[in-house]
Design a protein around this ligand. Sequence first.
Ligand code: ADP
Ligand code: MG
Length: 247
Amino acid sequence: MKTAIAVKELYVSYFGSEALKNVSFTVEEGKLVGIIGPNGAGKSTLLKALLNLIQKEKGEVAILGKTIKEMRTKVAYVPQRSSIDWDFPITVFDTVLLGTYPKLGVFKRPKKIDKAFAYECLEKVGMTEFRNRQIGELSGGQQQRVFLARALAQEPEIYLLDEPFVGVDVTSEETIILILKQLRDLGKTVVVVHHDLRKAKEYFNELILLNKELIDFGVVEKVIQPEVLEKAYNIQFSPLTNLEAKA
Ligand code: ADP
Ligand code: MG
């Protein structure tokens, strides 16, 4: 098996305050991995550092054995919904079509085949009937599905999603996780920032437990243990703890 993501001794800080400290882990290809940890733990920062969207203080990131600059088109990123400007005037279809652009290269306009593929991706997330809507006129779940469709249109090897289930209805959540599992089964690597610990076992193969430092990393059953979680969340877990309410 090949390594999809290798992070070595990663440090990130904002204006002198440390957000990530000495984080090292590797993700093998074909895995569906969750990043969990309390608010402000650096989960979004970690995704941004993988993508080179923020500057690293120290450390190394390898994507499929190369730098992110070389592999940028192979990595799709779905940012946190709250960080997207939903007033931007663009339709659902054009949003998804944007996903095909990295393959097109500069100055090339999308062709019929790209449009057909964008439509196919919209179909996959069950959103074709909304194709002419402005993205601001959708529910949270619908917006999330459209951004997943855009990621699919990019045909990447690696998917990075930041809190895709926040503010999302049950049907959208089920649609999204089903697609992510299918991608995993096709050998793609999927990394998801997630806060609902109750669903973690059902959704993921492996977990990265973060609180500025890497608290633990490994198969879900190993990480979802009260004594491990307590190291990241400053609260006591018992087998009866309502994990979602605590997180
Ligand atoms: P999480 O996604 O786990 O909630 P973040 O990665 O968003 O955490 O943030 C980690 C820490 O870095 C937090 O303390 C947050 O306030 C801080 N932080 C995040 N983004 C910025 C920024 N652009 N400027 C300054 N501080 C930031
Ligand atoms: Mg975040």
